[in-house]
Design a protein. Structure first.
Length: 215
């Protein structure tokens, strides 16, 4: 089995939860659902419509601040960004706009304007998004191409800490979560793309594209 994150042919069977089979990559340490069991598009959309995350929700803004605050500390004034996978209620984009930045939106279900994918950006945010990627290696190459040299890729996802507790972890219970990352996974991705990598807070990673990169 090839790993969908790093594409190495080094994934081994991990465990079965209910009727879902999981694999683990020995190279990047990602855990992922068997691709044959990924949800279809209609099932994904039905589940996403249950989400209630609105820009005016103070609790949701506080949650997003774990990523927004360290990102804003690193951005030059009036930067241009993309909220990739923004969902139906792009609260993070609203927060970043309030701080003086320009933010475009893309979501394959709720903001499917592909014109925004023809530009490049000073920063890209993915909050609670990368665990939904069916083809993460392809998605990360796309994100790298959308970033200007020196740009920031800001990620928020719940990171897997202990393989022995995976069966009791709430994250796999979401039927649209198909890939699970560790800090080692994101460091592996950073090394692969030539990004700098830091973890400024719990379940938050900031990856910076090399200023000289032409990838």
């Amino acid at each position: 089995m090839h790993c969908p994150v790093c594409e190495a042919p080094s994934a081994r069977f991990f465990l079965t939860l209910g009727q879902r089979d999981y694999w683990c990559c020995e190279s990047c340490q990602a855990t992922f659902l068997d691709p044959a069991q990924f949800p279809d598009r209609d099932s994904e959309l039905a589940h996403y419509r249950l989400h209630r995350n609105e820009p005016g929700d103070a609790g949701y803004r506080q949650f997003l601040a774990r990523l927004a605050v360290p990102l804003l500390e690193r951005l030059p004034p009036a930067s241009r960004g993309l909220d990739y996978g923004c969902g139906p209620g792009p609260a993070l984009a609203a927060m970043l706009r309030e701080a003086g930045h320009e933010v475009a939106l893309f979501d394959p279900f709720f903001q499917p304007d592909r014109d925004v994918l023809t530009r490049t950006y000073d920063f890209i945010t993915c909050t609670e998004v990368i665990e939904h990627f069916h083809r993460p290696a392809e998605e990360f190459r796309k994100l790298d191409a959308l970033l200007k040299p020196g740009g920031w890729l800001a990620l928020m996802t719940e990171l897997q800490a202990d393989a022995t507790r995976f069966a009791d972890w709430h994250y796999p219970r979401d039927p649209t979560h198909v890939v699970f990352y560790r800090t080692a996974t994101l460091r592996h991705l950073a090394a692969r793309h030539g990004w700098q990598c830091e973890f400024p807070g719990r379940n938050v990673a900031l990856l910076r594209k090399n200023a000289e990169s032409m990838f």
